[in-house]
Design a protein around this ligand. Structure first.
Ligand code: FES
Ligand SMILES: [Fe+2]
Length: 410
């Protein structure tokens, strides 16, 4: 990607957004979102079956997984998964399910092993999933070991970002990420490391959580002493992409840019970034559950994992340039604490909102032009599930495709 050309286009878009007096003339009125989508167990079951089992999901960075024999379980979605680095250095994913009677092949969340030995009757698998040993083999008749290897799950890596997908028919990760992959390449994944993470349980549907990170309409009210001092939400420039992904670049106030210029941040910056990344907050949403608000020093990757239709685990990990010096590590710890304040502000309304939608006190949600990324997410949810499977009362009417970035002349 030519960053300078891209930055010029985004600057023009921010200027347009800042100047406009109303939504663009051809922009459609968005039909209110039925709130049953956030509380209906049947809708939640459709999501489990069609979204979480058929979408690329970020599990971490390649270097988090260690060398040959290192493994990690991944239990955030419907199925128990296991990622393990092979003797050939390839990172593979499998169901953490022994092909004898289904016991977990590994019990520890992470570890290292030369081979994977099931804890129940010691069936043993090579790191590439091949079944290599069965105790009391003589007592099995008709056992075909070649058909009893660990069941593989798609695992692909883009610029060090590791994704898994249970759907063998899913498009390749790079193709599915589309423009997001191209724009992320500016970050130089190989030079980044995790600098701390958090997990918080939120008593709200996962979409209530994700929606909260798809607009800056709330910034003045919810973040008066934090984000509002940094960002001018009226200039937020949004891009809607294929496959439900989107981008929002929100300009910083001139005073905030000046303040940051005069304050020497103790954290190293990602090299080679266009100045637009220091003058704005560029946040990506990768369908269905990943939000990445970027800054030059690094960024949190925020993911939302559904527990049930009214409970979500929010998990965020900060990535920045690799630097393990104590001074930088301490600065990251402070930075995470500042971010905790912002996240608490964002989370404050979510559980009460869930109670509202579940109570029937709010039948539908009217979205404005600034909130169009939320509508875009919900359109994609229906596309992935298949609208014909969804209760007609709970569907959203697709209307935003003409506004996908590839279909716009901006
Ligand atoms: S369930 Fe794994 S060896 Fe029996
Ligand atoms: Fe917020």
């Amino acid at each position: 990607m030519n960053q300078a050309v891209w930055a010029k286009r985004i600057h023009a878009q921010m200027e347009y957004e800042w100047q406009r007096k109303e939504p663009p003339k051809d922009f459609p009125a968005l039909a209110p979102i039925p709130t049953g989508r956030y509380s209906d167990p049947a809708f939640h079951a459709l999501e489990r079956e069609h979204i979480w089992k058929k979408t690329w999901l970020l599990v971490g960075r390649d270097e988090d997984f260690g060398g040959p024999g290192h493994f990690r379980t991944f239990d955030r979605t419907v199925s128990p998964l296991l990622l393990v680095r092979g003797h050939d250095e390839v990172l593979r994913a499998f169901f953490n399910t022994c092909q004898h009677r289904g016991a977990p092949v590994v019990r520890d969340a992470c570890g290292a092993a030369k081979r994977l030995r099931c804890q129940y009757h010691s069936w043993t698998y090579d790191l590439d999933g091949t079944l290599v040993a069965v105790p009391d083999r003589r007592d099995f008749t008709d056992l075909d070991e070649s058909k009893r290897g660990l069941k593989p799950v798609r695992c692909e890596v883009y610029d060090g970002w590791v994704f898994v997908n249970e759907d063998p028919a899913a498009p390749p990760l790079r193709e599915w990420l589309g423009p997001v992959a191209e724009e992320w390449s500016a970050l130089g994944g190989a030079g980044l490391r995790a600098h701390g993470s958090r997990i918080e349980r939120v008593h709200a549907n996962w979409k209530i959580c994700v929606d909260a990170f798809l607009e800056t309409y709330h910034v003045r009210t919810i973040h008066p002493a934090s984000v509002s001092k940094l960002l001018d939400h009226r200039g937020a420039a949004m891009g809607l992409f294929e496959n439900g992904h989107s981008r929002m670049v929100t300009p910083k106030w001139e005073e905030a840019i000046e303040r940051e210029r005069n304050h020497v941040m103790p954290l190293p910056v990602i090299p080679g970034l266009d100045p637009i990344f220091s003058d704005t907050n560029a946040a990506y949403s990768v369908f269905p559950n990943l939000i990445t608000p970027l800054d030059t020093i690094g960024f949190p990757f925020i993911r939302f994992w559904p527990i049930d239709e009214q409970t979500t685990d929010a998990e965020w990990t900060f990535y920045g340039p690799a630097d393990e010096t104590p001074r930088v590590q301490q600065a990251w710890e402070k930075y995470l604490q500042v971010f905790d304040v912002v996240m608490n502000e964002d989370f404050m309304n979510l559980a009460p909102m869930q109670r509202s939608v579940a109570s029937g006190a709010l039948e539908s949600i009217p979205l404005n032009y600034q909130e169009r990324r939320i509508y875009h997410l919900h359109e994609e949810i229906d596309r992935v599930i298949g609208p014909e499977k969804i209760d007609p009362q709970l569907r959203v009417k697709p209307c935003l495709e003409p506004f996908w970035e590839k279909n716009q002349s901006i």
